[in-house]
Design a protein around this ligand. Structure first.
Ligand SMILES: [Zn+2]
Length: 415
């Protein structure tokens, strides 16, 4: 039995690590680690720096689970596992963080270089500080602090620092799942989404459906519209009809989600014609739909196709409605699952407040792990500036999350 006092002393020791944590973040933020779909060279250089740091500070046993990828210069996408033996091997705590980042976008939108960490008052600013630098740093330092204070985690711990989270997950989480590196009894935490108070533990994401819509008419000169059939006009009509139909037909509300309704958003539009004097023969656009989990993807697509045939008949065009990407929500994590209970206790221990569970629109790799049949909690304390220019975190949250991870690893349990 570990004394609560011992855990509390260990946790308060984290205050000493503020500067080392900022130094570590400064080092890793300086290495972009962008995936090949965004014309990046991958994560290898960053992985080497992280691995070197882990070895230097003796944080745990390190294993690499790199996957092959011809698209990057090293030919590999690195995945690091840091293992720490616990007092019990009955279960294992699994923390999953990622080292890749999205491109900084338009550099002019940044006040300073996105890859040079900037400290401003109580904030740290740079590409990747929030997504996923804060959690990655907090997890490493939670383990480092346990070792230096001589506190053994209750269960075995595996911290995974993966690649490819921002693109397909195939070379990171997907690779780990394929290798069978996660188990049903694992307590899996993905600190890659959260709220500014750290009040919500995310247990479910909406079903993701991306739809590609292609409208075909007949191209001709803009001065002679009777010789063609304007695909753009038909596309606008379909777009506006289908938008109305989707919002009316699939309008159930679930207030446990951060946004309680299903969402249907027209987003990307393919280039049509380049000349202003050309009536386009084809128009292509995409919808990003996020459905409350009880809705069926096929039902949504069927309703869209019904709407399409009305516009086809009226406008003499052909419209194809095709799913581009589908990620169904198959196994939401139960609010009373062991991982959620243990994490709630840890959060309450550190902050004095009991968190709640809820759902989000999606976008974390937890969905993929849940669909493989595992229970996963998603939690951290952030202001949701990921992927934006001048991405930032509050230093206070970095420290607080490190403390929560420490309690999560150390606490005694009967689970
Ligand atoms: Zn992320």
């Amino acid at each position: 039995m570990i004394e609560m006092e011992e855990i509390n002393t260990m946790i308060s020791g984290i205050d000493e690590y503020v500067e080392p944590m900022i130094d570590f973040l400064t080092r890793i933020i300086s290495i972009p680690a962008i995936g090949p779909l965004s014309e990046g060279t991958g994560e290898m250089e960053k992985a080497e720096v992280i691995t070197e740091f882990l070895l230097e500070s003796g944080v745990g046993e390190i294993t690499r689970h790199d996957s092959d990828d011809e698209r990057v210069p090293s030919g590999k996408r690195p995945n690091i596992e840091v293992f720490l033996k616990g007092r019990s091997s009955r279960r294992r705590i699994v923390l999953i963080t990622h080292m890749d980042v999205v491109s900084p976008g338009n550099i002019d939108d940044w006040e300073t270089d996105p890859f040079v960490l900037r400290k401003e008052n109580k904030r740290l600013i740079g590409r990747g500080v929030e997504d996923n630098g804060q959690a990655l740093t907090a997890a490493i330092f939670a383990m480092k602090n346990m070792i230096s204070t001589g506190v053994t985690p209750f269960f075995d711990v595996s911290l995974f620092i993966v690649s490819d989270e921002e693109e397909t997950n195939e070379k990171g989480i997907g690779h780990l799942l394929e290798k069978g590196l996660m188990g049903k009894k694992d307590l899996i935490l993905v600190p890659d989404h959260g709220d500014p108070e750290g009040h919500i533990i995310e247990t479910v994401e909406k079903t993701l459906l991306w739809v590609k819509i292609s409208v075909k008419g007949k191209r001709c000169h803009a001065s002679m519209p009777h010789l063609g059939n304007n695909a753009f006009r038909a596309s606008m009509m379909f777009g506006s009809n289908v938008d109305k139909m989707l919002h009316e037909r699939f309008n159930d509300e679930d207030i446990s989600f951060d946004y309680p309704l299903s969402t249907f958003e027209p987003t990307k539009k393919d280039n049509g014609v380049f000349g202003i004097n050309v009536i386009p023969g084809e128009d292509v656009f995409f919808l990003d739909c996020r459905l409350l989990p009880h809705y069926e993807v096929d039902e949504v697509l069927d309703e869209m196709r019904k709407e399409a045939s009305k516009v086809e008949n009226k406008m003499g065009v052909t419209i194809s409605v095709e799913p581009y990407l589908v990620e169904r929500t198959l196994h939401p994590t139960q609010p009373d699952s062991p991982v959620v209970i243990r994490l709630s206790d840890a959060i309450e221990e550190v902050t004095g407040k009991k968190p709640e569970t809820g759902g989000i629109g999606g976008g974390t790799c937890a969905a993929m792990i849940r669909n493989a049949g595992f229970q996963v909690a998603v939690w951290e304390t952030i202001h949701n500036s990921a992927h934006s220019p001048n991405e930032y975190i509050e230093i206070e949250n970095l420290v607080k999350d490190c403390k929560v991870f420490s309690a999560f690893l150390a606490q005694d349990t009967s689970l």
